[in-house]
Design a protein around this ligand. Sequence first.
Ligand code: CA
Ligand code: CA
Length: 390
Amino acid sequence: MKQLFFISLLYSTLVNAQNPAQGYEDYKAISNDAKTVSFFDDFIDNANQWDLTVESSYSVHKIESEVYYLQSKDNESYDTYGRYNTQRLAINDSANFEIEALIKLASGGEFAEYGLLWGRSLCCEHNFNVSADAMFSVGEFKFGWDYLISPTYSKHIYRRDGYNRLTVRKIGKDMYFFVNKNLVASMPARPFFGDKFGFWVSNGAAIKIDYFRINYLPDTIIPIAETPVIASVTAIPMPAFTSFAVNQAPKPTFVQTAVVSPPIPTPYQVRPIPTQLEGRKILSGKETIVSDNEITLQIWDDGEEDGDIISIYFNGNWLLQNHLLTKKIKQLPITLDTNGDNYLILYINNEGSRPTNTVALSIDDGIRKRRLSLSADQRSCQSVRLVPPK
Ligand SMILES: [Ca+2]
Ligand SMILES: [Ca+2]
């Protein structure tokens, strides 16, 4: 009990004492529609001309399978920072903005670390980091390293093999730091040093980045009702850091006792796509990558409105039945099973007065919209697997 009290107190020191404006701690307080995309890359190709020059003995930079792969070959014990890549972008730091990426550790030791970096110049940068042992930190490199928020444990960080969504938001005078849509810290905003924005990985580790984006946020944000965040974050007391020598990597600090024991993972649910639905053959083999487990399926009639009717079968249940298609897009929110396979099946109920059902489907995962090309008729259905980035 005493320990819990101490943790609460410490959390207050870290976050609440820095006066975040009320309401902004909710990731969803700002809808995607309210954001203006300033930079977006989901690494389907190298259209943004990232520097992929490979210094083979030091690092690997490549774009493949719709992710950016960055590997540091440096020895873990070196006093260097790791490896990074950036884009030069004209982002206005007096505006409200957010920087976000979905990143996972591809390889690395138990101390591996990675993160977002922004406002970088030749000498200096800002960064928001997570580590393989589920700690986050906010740092500033200014002719030497400073932790603005020391490494702190968060149960919202996936330790290994899981993508972490890192979001930095600047709203008004403050910055807010989210991991997987959960606020973990906030602090007063600081101006950019330079115009470079990107990501980094610590010595000897590798990361995969599914997407990287920078959005401008509205000038005026009306926060939604405040929800207490105290229960969602568990801070562990950390020794205070002052500064490090230039070029020295942030040294993760380790805490001897875990305050929260890791949850017991539920077994992954393998969910085979059925071969038949209501007596109709199911064509399978399609899959589409989604970058969030909260998606919206959009359904409309891409031809003439002539009475086409469809149903959608999702993970073994009917999600939508006998839906009459119109030009107006139907928005169907779906929460994917993060611990199992996910699939959708398109079922045609009626082709209307003109032959063929001209259904159009797309998936909006909040990061991008992707059209689904599924074809089905009154004798067969088609399925699509919805898969997280690999
Ligand atoms: Ca991607
Ligand atoms: Ca029709």
